[in-house]
Design a protein. Structure first.
Length: 674
């Protein structure tokens, strides 16, 4: 990074620094992924002529995805939310809409709210919101400061928009263009809401969904039901160390880091992140997940077979997203084909399972895989790729249309093959000249410098005299020395020229192949959903059986029973640290017998750890994971509350108490930081 300098003159100038591309990637990740309180704009030009080419916010990172995730998996899908608070018959309500532009999903909700906006905070946590839209010129009868505090507590970028943007005019027509399928179900869904339509209208406008025709017919829309999940606020997320923190010494400091044993490139991580923020409260849904975890945990061959296949699958969601871009090429098409080609093998692994949960495996996974693997769905895409693309060149890093498609391409293919043969002959001749073995010692590579030879630094010492006399050294690095010759450079230039002609000749066919491949988006999305769920569930099983003291399956009961019985419970993150000999603890909270317990003891005696581990065990159980206990019986909870010591909100707690006393609801409170 250089020193600060001025761009422009006088008051129009701005301060600037010059950074490398690698440093820019780090800055972009910090601004859009870590801090979530800035927007980022990229300008191109020189002198006094500059134009905006990219802009991004924490909730809309699409323009910078190639930079942000070039060398890193995408661990979550950023979500943008629009909120519209309103008084109705003396009661405060909040209308909410959200957009997930990675998964192309829209959602709406309306719910009653208290003066501290506790439901909003739970919704923002559950959705994984990164940016929130609010009307700027709002009526003074509603105190928005508590709402702004709730947004700030969740580390979300607050963006104010004009109230006039929160309108629903032409919304059905607009959604009809971007929503997949018939417009009638959309109209029926929207009829259930009043003010959420305005919030959704503001979101569609802000995200410019109609400006990108690749969105047309590719979005889905749903009603977001906050009551389906256990409610967590920002304090609970921090207190239970659910997500990774900047200060974490290792990955096991957080529940996400500990439980993340996923194999796929990003898909499993995103689903795990989502599940940890959306613990289930339906006993049947929880037990369905636990059945799958038990099936994988009890059958090591099944679990290992799945891992072997899953680790070969790329991020299908991101590849599908890349396929829809106007600048898309054959690379995402081929990578989707390669990833989806592993799915029949995954189906075969699952079919070999004949344990007690074989019916559940069939219902949950095999039936869906068979539905999308049919000849009329995935089969058509596979035939397209195998017919249209020269798959033999993929290992060389080249993505070409098959020469059988055109006589011009066939001629260029023959010329490329002829030049390639000359290059290979030169490779063997050079190996003989330097007295090195072909491929083993003298390697031929293609990269930023074109065709080059590479040898190890050890071999370079043996041939240094001849190398400096007859060849041109390009680069010396830890992995060896790259060099070329006049003949290789000439042949390489000829090869690149022919490859450029081939690329130009195939462009129209490439566009057609990409366009047709986009029509299989629904197939890819369903494969991604099935595979990511398999990935997370086998990750739970791997964690349960690989710990020094194996986890156990919790017995899940309805909220009416109200018991929490944890025998020999442990804190999963603490016991995973090096050099820790964790002492198990029992926790018995039985309705009518021990509803309330006071934890006392000396400072640093483990009080907070014990209280936290009870909360973590309950959370893990309702996510569908085994728990670090000798035995566990847990009645589902609809909330986890975490007080934060002297800074706890005294206004908020009575409201939580009222919710806890409502019929059919159960609440588990965790006091922390005494």
């Amino acid at each position: 990074m250089t020193a600060l300098r001025q761009l422009g003159v006088n008051s129009d100038g701005i301060s600037s620094v010059s950074v490398s591309r690698a440093m820019f990637e780090t800055i972009a990740r910090n601004l859009l992924l870590d801090r979530t309180d800035h927007t980022l704009e990229l300008y191109e030009g020189s002198g006094s002529s500059w134009r905006l080419t990219k802009s991004g916010t924490p909730g809309n990172i699409g323009s910078f995805e190639d930079i942000l995730f070039a060398n890193n998996d995408m661990q979550y899908s950023p979500v943008t939310v629009a909120l519209f608070p309103v008084f109705r018959e003396g009661q405060l309500y909040v209308a909410l809409s959200f957009v997930d532009m990675t998964n192309r999903k829209l959602g709406l909700a309306e719910f009653p709210e208290d003066s501290r906006f506790t439901n909003v905070e739970s919704a923002l946590v559950a959705l994984g919101c990164k940016e929130c839209l609010l009307p700027a010129d709002f009526e003074k009868s509603i105190d928005l400061q508590p709402l702004q505090d709730a947004i700030s507590n969740c580390s979300i970028l607050l963006t104010e928009r004009k109230k006039a943007e929160f309108k629903s005019r032409d919304l059905v027509q607009d959604l009809g263009r971007i929503i997949r399928g018939s417009v009638e179900p959309v109209r029926d869904l929207l009829s259930q809401f009043d003010y959420a339509l305005g919030a959704l209208g503001a979101l569609v406008s802000y995200a410019e969904l109609l400006a990108d025709d690749t969105n047309y017919g590719n979005y889905t829309i749903e009603k977001f039901n906050l009551d389906r999940y256990m409610r967590l606020d920002s304090a609970a997320v921090r207190a239970l160390n659910i997500v990774e923190g900047k200060a974490d010494v290792n990955k096991n400091f957080s529940l996400f880091g500990l439980m993340n044993r996923t194999c796929t490139a990003g898909m499993g991580k995103r689903l795990l992140n989502k599940w940890l923020k959306q613990p289930l409260i339906d006993v049947n849904e929880i037990n369905n997940r636990l059945d799958m975890v038990q099936a994988f945990a009890e059958d090591p061959e099944l679990c290992q077979g799945l891992r072997q296949q899953l680790k070969r699958i790329s991020d299908i969601d991101r590849l599908t997203h890349a396929l829809r871009k106007k600048s898309a090429n054959l690379q995402p098409v081929v990578k989707l084909y390669q990833s989806c080609s592993r799915i029949p093998y995954i189906k075969g692994v699952l079919q070999q399972y004949n344990g007690q949960f074989s019916t559940s495996v069939m219902t949950r996974f095999l039936s869906s895989l068979e539905e999308w693997l049919t000849e009329n769905r995935y089969g058509r895409f596979a035939n397209l790729v195998e017919t249209a693309i020269d798959l033999g060149q993929v290992d060389n890093g080249e993505y070409r249309i098959s020469p059988l498609y055109s006589s011009d391409l066939a001629v260029l293919k023959d010329e490329l093959s002829e030049v390639e043969n000359h290059i290979n002959n030169l490779h063997m001749h050079t190996a003989t000249d330097l007295d090195l073995s072909v491929d083993k010692q003298l390697k031929l590579e293609k990269g930023p410098f074109g065709h080059v030879f590479r040898i190890s630094k050890k071999d370079e010492q043996k041939v240094r005299k001849k190398l400096t006399t007859n060849y041109i050294i390009i680069e010396t690095r830890k992995d060896g020395v790259k060099f070329t010759s006049a003949k290789l450079k000439k042949l390489g230039d000829q090869y690149q020229s022919l490859l450029g002609d081939y690329t130009s000749c195939q462009k129209k066919i490439v566009d057609n192949v990409v366009q047709v491949s986009c029509t299989f988006s629904e197939v890819f999305e369903n494969f991604a959903a099935i595979i990511s769920e398999l990935d997370v569930l086998q990750s739970f099983a791997d964690l349960a059986i690989s710990c020094p003291v194996p986890y156990v399956r919790p017995d899940i009961t309805t909220s009416e029973e109200g018991d929490i019985i944890l025998q020999g419970s442990r804190h999963p993150c603490v016991e995973a640290q090096d050099g820790v000999n964790f002492i198990p603890n029992d926790c018995i909270l039985a309705r009518g017998k021990s509803w309330f317990q006071i934890i006392t003891g000396p400072n640093m005696g483990g009080k907070s750890t014990f209280i936290r581990q009870v909360g973590v065990n309950v959370l893990m159980a309702q996510v569908g994971s085994f728990v670090p206990c000798d035995q566990a019986s847990i009645s589902v909870r609809d909330c986890i509350f975490a007080r934060v010591g002297a800074g706890d909100c005294q206004v908020r707690r009575p409201n939580m108490h009222q919710r806890a006393q409502s019929p059919g609801r159960s609440t588990f409170c965790i006091p922390l930081s005494t």
